[in-house]
Design a protein. Structure first.
Length: 122
């Protein structure tokens, strides 16, 4: 039996993602703690562990992010690369979110575009 692959959200360049975040999109960083410590933080992003996506994006549930407004909320997901953000965006789309994108090139592309980064901590 073959495993079904869920569709992932579209890739957008870092500049487009930065404009969306500046315009009020929920910016979600799904990099590991070690990844953030070694590369730097995204001060405007909400950090969500990949293992907690279902709980943090359960609209109307007490475990949901306080910033979450509904299934039509604009969401930008970033990881170290699309290999990390893709499965998260697929999970969000499968849960019914309709306006989800991921950053093409991940954190390195965001940083290279000169967008806000702090750190690294290490």
């Amino acid at each position: 039996m073959s495993e079904t692959t869920l569709p992932e959200a579209p890739l957008v360049d870092a500049e487009t993602a930065g404009r969306a975040v500046a315009g009020g999109a929920l910016f979600v960083d799904v990099r590991s703690e070690a990844g953030r410590a070694s590369a730097g933080d995204l001060p405007q992003a909400v950090v969500v562990a990949k293992t907690e996506v279902a709980q943090k994006f359960a609209v109307g549930e007490p475990t949901a992010l306080p910033q979450l407004t509904g299934l039509d909320q604009e969401i930008v997901v970033i990881c170290g690369s699309p290999a990390g953000s893709g499965p998260v965006t697929a999970e969000l789309l499968a849960a019914g979110f309709t306006d989800v994108v991921q950053v093409d090139g991940g954190f390195p592309a965001w940083k290279a575009a000169g967008l806000a980064v702090s750190g690294p901590q290490a």
